[in-house]
Design a binder for this molecule. Structure first.
Ligand SMILES: *[C@@H]1O[C@H](CO)[C@@H](O)[C@H](O)[C@H]1NC(C)=O
Ligand SMILES: *[C@@H]1O[C@H](CO)[C@@H](O)[C@H](O)[C@H]1NC(C)=O
Length: 146
């Protein structure tokens, strides 16, 4: 079975934008993964992405983050966390993104990838110290876990 979680705001954005771009997380891990979504304009929101589930939302604005962890206590310093930060910059038509981990590695021994739909943008499959990557703003961003 395949589960898709849509953020409510994304459904509105989907209905009003023909050229939406997306940020997506696919959970292929044998356990649910918690996603904590933060951005500059609203309180953090959290969902459990079930085994084989997907979280999908439209992308826009600056200072967005998807925090991933194996428990819901994302903000606890005892919870290993993996965080994707991303910013859409219409001024220069680029998507900027980076990955860090903190308080341990929630996916130690398990593969993960960040893949852009634009094949000229290299995927990331290992921590790189939070290096900022750039890709064309129309590219979709997909995180796959395990
Ligand atoms: C997840 O997907 C795998 C591969 O298709 C399948 O073997 C497994 O049973 C699925 N697990 C759940 C909980 O749906
Ligand atoms: C991004 O994803 C949407 C929805 O799946 C798709 O319609 C669109 O063509 C994708 N964009 C690119 C550049 O691949």
């Amino acid at each position: 079975m395949h589960f898709v979680t849509y953020a409510t705001a994304s459904i509105l954005a989907l209905a009003t934008s023909a050229s939406a771009t997306f940020a997506q997380v696919n959970n292929n891990c044998p356990v649910p993964i918690w996603i904590t979504i933060t951005n500059s304009i609203q309180q953090p929101s959290q969902y459990a992405i079930p085994i084989n589930g997907t979280y999908l939302q439209t992308r826009n604005g600056v200072g967005n983050a998807f925090g991933l962890s194996k428990t819901s206590a994302y903000f606890s310093t005892s919870t290993p966390k993996w965080t994707l930060g991303f910013t859409d910059s219409p001024q220069d038509q680029l998507l900027y993104w980076s990955v860090i981990n903190a308080d341990g590695d929630p996916f130690a021994g398990q593969p993960w990838s960040v893949v852009l739909s634009d094949p000229s943008c290299a995927p990331l499959t290992a921590y790189d110290g939070g290096r900022v990557h750039a890709c064309g703003i129309v590219a979709n961003l997909t995180v796959t876990l395990c």
